[in-house]
Design a protein around this ligand. Structure first.
Ligand SMILES: *Cc1c(COP(=O)(O)O)cnc(C)c1O
Length: 416
């Protein structure tokens, strides 16, 4: 497999290519496809997941706790692996909570965020003993009743919607009017309720946004979030034990994007930790990452079922597409559609990809022009049976895609 001449994607070398064939943790892709039994599938690399966590541990101050936001990839085997590598799991529904507990995550290290938590979900959270990141005044009386009914006080942190927002986030999730968190102006009132009802206050959660590749703006958000939490702590009924400063670390998906520079973030977090040691001495500083931990460790693999030429344009039709990988199709939040990194790997024994290249579009089987995995990319000339690989596919893949759309088979996920 050779890298396309242009445009250049930053992130196509985390998987090894040998003899023109992509490998996942030592397994040639053709063999892996045979082992899975059917295409399309997602494959996640244990080696890359472990390496990413280790790399972060080395880069970040030791005092920073690293959480995995499992909505990025809720495959139970992945959550199980991550639970053993990170300091906590962040869930955003009772469904995810059960997966995290099954995966062996400690209830004490799970936190539960998200707007619109239903009453039974809040009861499940209190029964499980996880930390609830409160996002609305409405949750408090429900938590108070659950605490009474179960004879254990709900553990709560307040998710704050700050009065600032952050440059550079692909998706802003704080600042201005938002459905997330409690507006900072309302937090003192909410804290008074927490105190009155005897709920177990543990801290604050701030989340500015996702998919940010600008280290300076991440640093700025962390400092502003810290200072806001410090101000709010003055009204808190108990010392802050947990200060979750969010995450938002992005990964490079598109040509020209560069990997996030961790050095300034690490230096900044070091300063935040030093301040916290003086000003909030009982607080752990937490960052919660989704795609940064898992996104680059996964590929989506589909088989080419037809090579069609329409008025001079080549279409590689595959058995996979938008229904499994909405984000690579450009329909999961992108404003202007751009190609994810895509490569081809030989699908049949004794038939390597040649040196000849052509411009081709990789599409799926759905009867909609939105079903596009690569738009006019420079690729090796492929034949029926060869494999199309979408990189940067370890996050927001299978679980974030409309798998029932058009009635094609669901895809498999494997952890290699
Ligand atoms: C979605 C989400 C995350 C994970 O976002 P990534 O961009 O995958 O890192 C973390 N925290 C909260 C509160 C979220 O909603």
């Amino acid at each position: 497999m050779s890298t396309p001449a242009k445009p250049v994607h930053a992130a196509m070398d985390q998987f090894v290519t040998q003899g023109g064939e992509l490998h996942v943790d030592g397994l040639p892709l053709r063999l892996l496809a045979a082992r899975v039994g059917a295409t399309p599938f997602y494959a996640y690399s244990r080696r890359l997941l472990r390496e990413r966590v280790a790399q972060l541990r080395t880069a970040l101050p030791a005092a920073v706790k690293l959480h995995y936001a499992m909505k990025a990839n809720p495959m139970p085997a992945v959550v199980g692996l991550m639970a053993g590598l990170v300091d906590g799991i962040d869930v955003a529904s009772a469904g995810e909570l059960l997966v995290a507990l099954d995966a062996g995550a400690e209830a004490a290290e799970i936190s539960f965020a998200g707007p619109g938590k239903r009453d039974p979900e809040l009861l499940q959270a209190v029964a499980s003993g996880v930390l609830v990141n409160v996002e609305s005044m409405r949750e408090l009386p429900v938590l108070a009743r659950a605490s009474q009914a179960l004879g254990r006080p709900a553990r709560v942190a307040v998710r704050v919607n700050p009065d600032f927002d952050v440059r550079g986030s692909g998706m802003k999730m704080g600042g201005g009017p938002k459905q997330f968190g409690v507006d900072v102006e309302l937090v003192p009132g909410l804290l008074a309720f927490v105190a009155r009802e005897g709920l177990a206050f543990e801290g604050f959660h701030l989340y500015a946004g996702s998919q940010n590749l600008n280290a300076d703006s991440i640093c700025e958000a962390q400092v502003k979030s810290y200072e806001l939490a410090l101000r709010l702590a003055a009204d808190a009924p108990a010392p802050v034990k947990v200060l979750n400063l969010g995450g938002g670390f992005g990964i490079p998906y598109f040509p020209g994007e560069r990997p996030l520079d961790l050095a300034p973030i690490s230096a900044n977090l070091q300063l935040v930790c030093e301040r916290a040691a003086r000003e909030l001495p009982q607080a752990s500083i937490v960052i919660e990452l989704g795609r940064y931990l898992v996104g680059e460790a996964g590929v989506y693999v589909a088989r080419i079922t037809d090579r069609k030429v329409s008025r001079g344009q080549v279409y590689l039709v595959t058995d996979g597409g938008l229904h499994h990988h909405l984000s690579a199709s450009g329909n999961f939040g992108q404003v202007v559609r751009k190609n994810y990194p895509v490569a081809l790997s030989p699908g049949l024994p004794g038939r390597p990809l040649g040196d000849a290249r052509e411009v081709a579009s990789v599409v799926g089987p759905l009867c909609t022009p939105l079903d596009l995995l690569a738009d006019r990319m420079d690729l090796p000339v492929a034949q029926e049976g060869d494999l199309a690989v979408v990189f940067q596919s370890g996050a927001y893949g299978a679980s974030a895609s409309p798998q029932r759309f058009l009635g094609h088979p669901h895809c498999t996920e494997v952890l290699v």
